[in-house]
Design a protein around this ligand. Structure first.
Ligand code: SAH
Length: 250
């Protein structure tokens, strides 16, 4: 299941951190690294910090945006050095790892790490189902990004080992879920958000309220619910009906 989990580093400034993150991942049995718009990559420094994990580093996928990095994922966790007060559910590392392993049993999942200086933007956090905070000294709470990757990768390994210890269900005992009842992927949900926004504009819902804030709250709601493929399709049908169209399909 660890192979279904990608580690995403957003806009990392220091190549050494990219290499150290690759090493931390390989130590814990993770191999999928995705780099969103890295400042400097590939570099000698990253390879030297990766040590024997040059295979993980060499296979790292480089993309322009977080949306591309999490495309195909049904579960996306963000990391935060701060306890935020907005609508994102916060988890402890252990809970985060257990939940992510559970999700990774049936689909692709991602854990997203932010910029060294400024972390993740609100727009990026909106693409996450929940946030994880590593409890640290409140007077000095921010970990080096590769150290944060190490802590969470270790928790994922513990959760993977624990799930191996649980007996496999007898084949056929667990009914396979219908494809449409699986959680929708990030790109499917993103398409639904764009449709929702367009529909709300068409029905002149925004009025004097700030569309960005309304959308942020609605995204928070849908992220908490972790909508399924079937639910996305029903919602889009409703949006189309509100727009006076027969079908959302192009
Ligand atoms: N001033 C920034 C700090 C960014 S630290 C902020 O407040 O967000 C760089 C990255 O390391 C973070 O985006 C996060 O991915 C990770 N990180 C650092 N400390 C962390 C902690 N205590 N818990 C979870 N992630 C942490």
């Amino acid at each position: 299941m660890l192979e279904n989990i990608r580690i995403v580093l957003v806009n990392t400034s220091h190549p050494g951190n990219i290499g150290a993150a690759a090493r931390a991942m390989k130590n814990m049995g993770l191999s999928k690294l995705v780099l969103v718009d890295p400042v400097d990559h590939p570099t000698y420094e990253a390879y030297s910090r990766a040590a024997g994990a040059d295979d993980v580093l060499g296979a790292a996928v480089v993309v322009k945006t977080l949306a591309e990095a999490v495309a195909g994922c049904s579960w996306v966790m963000g990391t935060s050095a701060r306890e935020r007060t907005v609508q994102w559910p916060m988890m402890q590392p252990r809970e985060c790892a257990e939940e992510t392993m559970k999700q990774a049993a049936q689909a692709e999942a991602a854990i997203v790490f932010g910029r060294e200086r400024t972390g993740l933007t609100n727009e990026e956090l909106e693409q996450c189902h929940a946030l994880v905070n590593i409890p640290t000294n409140p007077d000095y709470s921010s970990l080096n990004v590769a150290a944060a990757v190490q802590v969470l990768s270790y928790e994922l390994r513990l959760a993977a080992l624990a799930s191996l210890a649980i007996a496999e269900p007898v084949s056929g005992e667990v009914a396979a879920k219908h494809q449409d009842d699986l959680p929708a992927t990030a790109d499917q949900v993103d398409g639904m958000y764009q449709h929702l926004y367009q529909m709300l504009e068409d029905v002149k819902f925004f009025g004097t309220s700030n569309p960005e804030i309304v959308m942020r709250r609605l995204k928070g709601l849908f992220n908490r619910a972790q909508v399924t493929i079937r639910e996305v399709s029903i919602l889009r049908g409703i949006f189309s009906a509100a727009q006076g169209r027969k079908s959302a399909r192009k």
